[in-house]
Design a binder for this molecule. Structure first.
Ligand code: C2E
Ligand code: CA
Ligand code: CA
Ligand code: CA
Length: 273
């Protein structure tokens, strides 16, 4: 180790430079993509516990017209967050989704909000402006938040959540089961809903401990007046277990993959007549 020390550091810093370079490149691509209209919003249906009626859709960002080839949000959201581009990108998703879903009467809309967007002091005002501009009723809108920022900046997070709820928007805790915090603790943020992550929900039929965790989380959430959506439902067996445990809403490939708005409209007509 000692002999290779200097060379090791050089290799390490060369790798860091390369990673930083790739990140900067991607940052430029995202900025260009926003200007050129390369991004799209897809929608994944969320159904009731019986799997019968569609109650809402989750807006999910797609980049189909990226010149260097489409990549998923897991590959570029983090770069957008680090560079601040998540602010215009997040507003693009919200505006487009409000426009697309407005006419789908009775359908609620869930939009992912990156905690990094909370760093913008005008965040709440920008949300209010999009709602006013699109005419989308705040009561039909829910924001999905991950817990990271809440833990790091509890005061700011609580203030933003309170003012969003003041507008009539609901707040869901996203990716439950991935982080470390208990829902009992997170309840003080005033969540209306928790979303059980697919990494946990996907194992309930095969892993006894995952099943106990999920059933317990649903029990606690419901007892604290929070609704529960399970993500990543792929089989009827998982759906049965979740329904029996008291889960209100189901989302996953069992029902539908995320789809473009036209296909969602067809799907609605088919299922609702
Ligand atoms: P997420 O918020 O947890 O979204 C759910 C992810 O699970 C989506 O991946 C969805 O396609 C996938 N999924 C849904 N049902 C199933 C299933 O039954 N099986 C499997 N294997 N997967 C399923 P996607 O669209 O690739 O998004 C990944 C993540 O990127 C999202 O995770 C979210 O954290 C982030 N993301 C996507 N769109 C946005 C956005 O507009 N803004 C922000 N801030 N983040 C976004
Ligand atoms: Ca989500
Ligand atoms: Ca998730
Ligand atoms: Ca997530």
């Amino acid at each position: 180790v000692k002999e290779n020390g200097k060379a090791g550091v050089r290799v390490y810093s060369a790798a860091l430079d390369a990673a930083r370079h790739r990140q900067q490149e991607l940052e430029g691509e995202i900025r260009q993509g926003l200007n050129d209209g390369q991004f799209e919003v897809f929608y994944q249906p969320i159904v009731d516990a019986e799997g019968k009626d569609i109650v809402s859709v989750e807006a999910l960002l797609r980049w189909p017209r990226r010149p260097a080839g489409a990549i998923g949000p897991d590959q570029f959201i983090c770069v957008a967050e680090a560079s601040g581009l998540i602010n215009p990108l997040g507003l693009f998703v919200l505006r487009r989704a409000c426009q697309d879903i407005l006419e789908a009467k009775g359908l609620n809309l869930s939009v992912n909000v990156s905690p990094a967007q909370f760093r913008d002091p005008d965040f709440e005002a920008k949300i209010a402006a999009v709602l006013a501009e699109t005419g989308f009723p705040a009561q039909r809108l829910e924001f999905e938040l991950t817990e990271g920022y809440l833990i790091d900046h509890p005061e700011r997070a609580m203030a933003v959540i309170a003012s969003l709820k003041g507008m009539g928007v609901s707040i869901a805790l996203d990716d439950f089961g991935v982080g470390y915090t208990s829902i009992a603790y997170l309840q003080r943020y005033g969540f209306d809903r928790i979303k059980i992550d697919k990494s946990l929900a996907g194992r309930i039929a095969t892993d006894k401990k995952a099943g106990v965790l999920v059933a317990g989380a649903i029990y606690i959430a419901n007892g604290l007046d929070m609704a529960v959506t399970a993500e990543g439902v792929e089989t009827e067996e998982q759906a049965d277990l979740l329904r029996l445990a008291g889960c209100q809403c189901l989302q996953g490939f069992r029902y539908s993959e995320p789809k473009p708005i036209d296909e969602i409209r067809d799907w609605l007509t088919e299922r609702r007549g």
